[in-house]
Design a binder for this molecule. Structure first.
Ligand code: ARG
Length: 595
């Protein structure tokens, strides 16, 4: 309904201008604001305009009187009367607006067969960078990275659907002191791993990393050798580089398995990519006079961010030993991402999806970039934080043995449980299905459940992971949404021709109108997600749409409808299916015809 809302907004502004020309002139360039919003209750119509109320004081008139004058002007506008029924003034002076049924039906008709479902494409847009997933080499990808992967992928899909060129960047942690420790340790305990690919698997690598870390913390000689190893690596020593490359490959292969399983596309551009640009960060900061040497380290002191002692906090960009750190790399990445092609990405919006624990890091880095003048006018840098994944006990998610949960195991368990649920349902329904059907449904439902459970939460809050809840057929869950689609596919199987041409749509039942109005919200929801980067808004919408669809399906005959009503009802089924499928697709969730 965005198109309709825009038309209404223009008509309301015109009416206000004609009704109160002096107030209009005084309000300046922006003019008077009609304060148009969706109706707060269905019985109030489709929209309400509250712009009369703030005019009461300056105009020294009762708000209802002002509303009446606006309505009079609206009614004199043919474009308005063709769009809306007669406006109603309610309460202190709200103007309630109801779109003419034939206009709503025409909107539905225009969305049938429109694969964009009424969502306007952006044109000539600059690239948007979505920096997500970004696990660390030689460490296991953990549930935090899973959240980043799922949320980032969904945001990237929404932005792509709008028509933005999206760069999906995997900013993997593939550089730094951890390699010094790891290489030193492996040289002693598993030298093969540094010379031949596939000598160890990631599980072992993670264990080696843990051992190396322990030695590093306990053993001074080991520390020294590790540091020397880092220097060698940074100096481009061929043997060290080779070992580093092998370790990265090993991890990369493991990560890729998870991405393939979850249907995630990502371009790897790890921290090491920015190595050549790090010295320029320091020089650049020096040039603009932001750099301060403090205790041998080069840093920028933040404005408005202070530590416990009340002193401004620094962002350290070069340690006293000359090494650079995480923040330096992120500053180099910001410059690169905003810089014009071919030496940069020419992006105008850069989005980082990480846990909220990194919020301070991004506040600092963004401020430094801003003060250094590295953020072009009209560009946006946004941190998209999310909360922790917790077990059902509200504590950090752990296995029963108390270990961190491995992603592979978590996905396996979701699929296994989905399979068990399906088998018991088949038994109850005395249905028999071939094994390949069971496997396909179980893996689709299991992965959908994991993704949807994560995305449907407001990402800012911590999220309690529960297989039972996410796999339930009732409630705001993936299986519930998938099931609505299965019902529609069932209509087609029973002979309903969903693609039949529908010259004239007509609706009579309130359940039909409720569904029409719900379907027409899709474009506005996409616009909201694009702006606020909250996939849970899309989830709530799809859940509500499924509920409204199910009410329609349960209470209004479709296949048994008379010849007048049948084509319009089938059209509603089809648009519901297309909207659900597209919406779930934007969440990275694939759908089923039967389950
Ligand atoms: N590798 C980091 C981690 O595991 C996340 C990187 C996020 N992206 C960035 N540009 N800092 O915590």
């Amino acid at each position: 309904m965005l198109r309709i809302a825009n038309a209404l907004e223009t008509q309301l502004r015109g009416a206000m201008q004609r009704a109160f020309p002096e107030a209009w002139t005084e309000a300046g360039e922006a003019g008077l604001d009609p304060q148009l919003a969706p109706a707060s209750k269905p019985e109030f119509g489709d929209f309400q305009a509250n712009g009369a109320l703030p005019l009461a004081k300056p105009l020294k008139q009762a708000p209802r009187q002002i509303a009446t004058a606006i309505v009079e002007q609206l009614q004199a506008d043919a474009a308005f009367t063709q769009l809306c029924l007669e406006p109603q003034i309610a309460g202190p002076g709200f103007i309630n607006l109801t779109i003419r049924p034939e206009r709503l039906a025409a909107e539905v008709a225009s969305r049938l067969g429109d694969e964009r479902l009424g969502v306007p494409p952006v044109q000539g847009a600059a690239p948007v960078v979505v920096d997500f997933s970004s696990p660390n080499i030689a460490k296991e990808m953990h549930v935090g990275h899973l959240r980043s992967t799922i949320i980032g992928d969904s945001l990237a899909r929404v932005l792509e659907f709008r028509g933005h060129p999206v760069l999906r960047l995997n900013h993997v942690g593939d550089w730094g002191t951890q390699f010094g420790m790891l290489i030193t340790h492996l040289k002693q305990v598993a030298p093969d791993a540094l010379e031949t690919a596939d000598a160890i698997d990631l599980g072992d690598l993670v264990a080696f990393y843990r051992e190396a870390k322990k030695r590093f913390d306990d053993d001074e000689a080991f520390q020294t050798t590790s540091r020397e190893e880092v220097v060698k690596l940074q100096g481009g020593d061929p043997l060290s580089l080779k070992a580093w490359g092998l370790l990265c490959d090993q991890s990369r292969r493991e990560f890729q398995k998870i991405y393939d399983r979850l249907d995630i596309r990502l371009s790897e551009r790890g921290e090491s990519f920015y190595n050549p640009f790090l010295p320029a960060v320091i020089d650049g900061l020096k040039q603009v006079g932001l750099l301060v040497t403090d205790d041998g380290a080069e840093c920028v002191f933040l404005e408005g961010v202070s530590g416990k002692d009340g002193k401004p906090l620094p962002v350290i960009v070069q340690k006293s030993d000359g090494g650079f750190n995480y923040a330096t790399t992120d500053l180099a990445a910001i410059r690169y991402r905003f810089a014009a092609a071919p030496d940069g990405d020419a992006a105008r919006r850069v989005i980082y999806v990480t846990d909220s624990g990194q919020a301070n890091h991004f506040v600092g880095v963004f401020q430094v970039a801003e003060r250094a003048g590295w953020i072009p006018d009209g560009s946006r840098l946004e941190h998209v934080p999310f909360g922790l994944v917790q077990g059902e006990d509200g504590k950090k998610l752990k296995t029963r043995a108390g270990d961190t949960v491995r992603l592979r195991d978590l996905l396996d368990e979701a699929v296994e449980r989905a399979e068990a649920d399906l088998r018991s349902r088949l038994q109850d329904e005395e249905r028999s299905e071939p094994e390949n059907f069971i496997n396909h449904v179980a893996s689709t439902v299991g992965l959908a459940a994991v993704k949807y459970a994560d995305l449907s939460q407001n990402r800012i809050t911590n999220y309690q992971f529960s297989f039972d809840r996410m796999l339930a057929l009732q409630g705001n869950t993936a299986p519930y949404l998938l099931y609505a689609l299965v019902r529609i596919a069932g209509i087609a199987r029973k002979g309903g021709d969903l693609d039949a041409s529908t010259a004239q749509l007509q609706f009579s039942e309130p359940q039909e109108w409720a569904l029409v109005r719900e379907l027409l919200r899709f474009d506005a929801v996409i616009a909201e997600v694009e702006e606020e980067l909250l996939p849970n808004r899309l989830c709530s919408y799809l859940f509500e749409l499924s509920q409204v669809f199910n009410r329609f399906y349960d209470q209004v005959p479709v296949l048994k409808a008379g010849p007048d009503a049948l084509p319009s009802r089938l059209a509603l089924c089809r648009l519901s299916a297309d909207t659900l499928k597209t919406g779930l697709g934007l969440l990275g969730i694939s759908t089923l015809e039967r389950m």
